[in-house]
Design a protein around this ligand. Structure first.
Ligand SMILES: [Zn+2]
Length: 243
């Protein structure tokens, strides 16, 4: 019965989330996605500032209202691009679209990772059920897989935290963020910017604390993420293995 209920919930989750194309826009600093629209997250401080940004991206206040309901000043809002702007950006060098995936479908939640400051495993007698990815404040955090926002809120330990729910009872969690761009119930696609790296909550420096869970079981994200040649030792290979 419980299983039946669970699969029903999952069907509902993905029935309300539109199916997106496989390709992911990898130039995440120039082209971003939100609510099925293409644009950019911009911090806007005044109506005058908003007007400047609208002109810059060929956008309109109607599009801004559609993407940010409601929208407010002095915070990041999503400014959808006009179709002309999208066409010009897609032709610009570096604005390539490509699919980055592993067999399990997860991608790295930060585009360039060259160090893991804390691995998955026991730490001071407690399970650190995540990997810590040090990065500078304001680095984009990407949804590791298509899904829906289960919650996006402030937590005393984890700071500004986002939990995404994916198909087959998988969840990902992104903690200590400086900015959060999504809200509960939003559908997100893999590679979409959902926030910025920060050091909110109990944290000693700017980093992303990234978890993958199956139901409520913490799993080692390294078992699911694509191989990363930037890391000192390729994961998935135990070099000390002796027969
Ligand atoms: Zn951590």
């Amino acid at each position: 019965m419980k299983n039946k209920l669970l699969s029903c919930v999952i069907i509902i989750v993905f029935a309300v989330c539109p199916i997106f194309a496989e390709s992911v826009k990898t130039d995440n600093l120039a082209i971003q996605e939100y609510a099925g629209m293409t644009g950019r997250w911009v911090r806007v401080s005044s109506m005058k500032d908003l007007k400047i940004q609208l002109e810059r991206f060929g956008s309109t206040i109607e599009l801004v209202k559609k993407a940010n309901n409601p929208y407010s000043l002095n915070r990041y809002i999503f400014i959808p691009f006009s179709s002309e702007k999208i066409a010009s950006l897609e032709q610009a060098p570096g604005a390539k679209t490509e699919s980055i995936s592993s067999e399990s479908g997860f991608i790295w939640p930060i585009q360039t990772v060259d160090r893991i400051s804390s691995a998955f495993g026991m730490r001071n007698g407690q399970l650190h059920g995540a990997i810590d990815l040090p990065s500078t404040k304001g680095t984009p955090i990407l949804a590791a897989m298509d899904g829906r926002v289960l919650y996006a809120q402030y937590d005393r330990s984890y700071g500004k935290v986002i939990v995404l729910e994916h198909r087959d009872n998988y969840y990902t969690k992104y903690s200590h963020n400086s900015e959060v761009f999504v809200k509960k119930g939003d559908c997100v696609r893999r590679g979409q910017i959902i926030g910025y790296v920060g050091s909110t909550g109990h944290s000693t420096g700017n980093h992303l604390h990234f978890e993958i869970r199956f139901k409520d079981i913490p799993l080692n994200p390294m078992d699911f993420l694509p191989e990363n040649n930037n890391l000192p030792q390729p994961h998935g290979i135990n070099r000390n293995w002796k027969r």
